[in-house]
Write a protein that binds this ligand. Sequence first.
Ligand SMILES: [Ca+2]
Ligand SMILES: [Ca+2]
Length: 196
Amino acid sequence: MNILKTLLASAVLAASAAGANAATYTADTLVSASAGACEGSASDCAANDRLNANNAVDGDSSTFYSLGLGGSLVVGFSEIVGNILPSTVSVFEVTFNRGTSHAEAADVYAIDESGSESLLGRITNRIGESSVFASSAFQYLKLVDVSEVEFPETTSFDGYDVAKIAIAPVPLPAGGLLLLGGLGGLAALRRRKKAA
Ligand SMILES: [Ca+2]
Ligand SMILES: [Ca+2]
C-alpha cells in the first residue's frame, strides 16, 4: 500500500471514529423562561415543583418544568463553547401518555448566534422521549408550548412538561477533510516533481 492510500485509509478511519464517539450533552443552563397560562387549581399548578424552570435543566429526568399553555423556555449548554454542531435533539417528558384527553405538544426551535430562530419540529407527550434534528449549527434551544394548537380538545391545564433536554452532535468529518486536503497537496507535489 503506498503512502497516499495509507493516508487516505487513516483519514476515513479518523472520520468514522469521530462519528462513533459522538458525545451526548444535557442542557444545563436556563437562559430564559416565559411562563404560559395555568388553568388548573392553585395546588394543581404548583404540584411536583412544576413551576420551577430549573427542573428542565437539572439533568434529572424525574423532575420537570411545565411550560404553561403558550409558555416558552430557552436553554443552553455550558459544556460547549461557541456553536453547537448539527445535532439530534432529544426532549424527555416524564408525565407522558396520560390518555388522549391530556395531550400536550411543544415546538422546538434552534437559535443561532445572530439570534434568529428556526423551527426544528413539533413534539408531543404521547411518548417519553422525542427527537428532532438540527441540520445546522446553533447556540440555544427554545421550546414553545402548542398543546391547545395541536390538540384543541385537550384538557391539559399547564401545557408541555419538560423533564430534560439532551443533544448528540453529529460531528463533521473536519479532521478527515483536512487530511484529504493535505493529500491533494501531496499529489500535486508529486506531479510537479515528476514534471521537473
Ligand atoms: Ca429535570
Ligand atoms: Ca403539563
